[in-house]
Design a protein around this ligand. Structure first.
Ligand code: ATP
Ligand code: MG
Length: 256
């Protein structure tokens, strides 16, 4: 079953054409790793897919719902977005885990997780809290449920952020370099949780520089360079046997 379909996505900031016709799709339960050099447009793509940024051209379909469509007028294409309220509702299907966690500092781990289900999904507090506790346990934080972010390590904060995203039942969970702010030991903790979520069947799109992790956990890898998908395929073949010269160069540069 197709969870995400992106068709010819384009995005410019002023004169800077950042995404130049990105197309790919993801199946339910699939893990996709996006790799590529700095400034290539990976974060911009994630921001478009999580509707924090509006694209200029192209289509985005999530779980069979075409949220962004395209129209043509006198040879000029543009995206059509639903109105704000509708967009916010439909956008809930895509969760995002930020690189720097974005937790509310004055709320505990459990409160951080329950907040959106209570305020946005209108779940009652008791049900929301019970689910938060269950998911915090799933990410190995059973003993930190009532801790505030300042009492947690970076890896623990990142796991709260993952739990918080999961509490909204997303069809697709996106990560933007989830471990880049962490030292190796904490990185391993977070990667272990992501691997476990894969085994539980969570569909995930992960922008990462952790190439070994991508090879190990991702089903598919996409290499984006300068706003274009230059290579795409089975994780092991793209990483171990890149066909494109730029992909080869990139993989060699980060292996150094
Ligand atoms: N809001 C913005 N306004 C103007 N330019 C932007 C904006 N956001 C991103 N850019 C530009 O778009 C390009 C792509 O940036 P993006 O953050 O998507 O790259 P990236 O692949 O995530 O890089 P990195 O690996 O360093 O995180 C960059 O040249 C960046 O300066
Ligand atoms: Mg980025």
């Amino acid at each position: 079953m197709e969870i995400l379909k992106v068709n010819d996505l384009n995005k410019s900031f002023g004169d800077l054409h950042v995404l130049k016709g990105i197309s790919f799709s993801m199946q339910k339960g699939e893990v996709l790793a996006i790799i590529g050099s700095s400034g290539g447009g990976k974060t911009t793509l994630l921001r478009c897919l999580t509707f924090l940024e509006t694209a200029d051209r192209g289509e985005i379909t999530v779980d069979g719902d075409k949220i962004v469509s395209e129209t043509e007028e006198n040879g000029k294409f543009k995206c059509i977005y639903p109105d704000e309220e509708n967009l916010r509702k439909r956008a809930l299907k895509v969760g995002l885990v930020f690189q720097d966690y974005n937790l509310f500092p004055h709320k505990t781990a459990k409160e951080n997780c329950s907040l959106a289900p209570i305020n946005v999904l209108k779940t009652d507090k008791e049900t929301a809290d019970a689910k938060s506790v269950e998911i915090l346990k799933r990410v190995g934080l059973e003993d930190k449920i009532d801790y505030y972010p300042y009492q947690l390590s970076g890896g623990q904060k990142q796991r709260v952020a993952i739990a918080r995203a999961l509490c909204m039942n997303p069809s697709l969970l996106c990560f933007d370099e989830p471990t880049s702010a962490l030292d190796p030991e904490l990185t391993a903790e977070v990667l272990k949780v992501i691997k476990q979520l894969k085994n539980e069947g969570v569909t995930m799109l992960i922008v990462t520089h952790e190439i070994n992790f991508a090879r190990d956990v991702a089903d598919k890898v996409i290499f984006i360079d300068n706003g274009v998908i230059l290579e795409e395929g089975d994780a092991k073949s793209v990483i171990d046997n890149p066909k494109n010269a730029r992909t080869k160069e990139f993989l060699q540069s980060i292996a150094l």
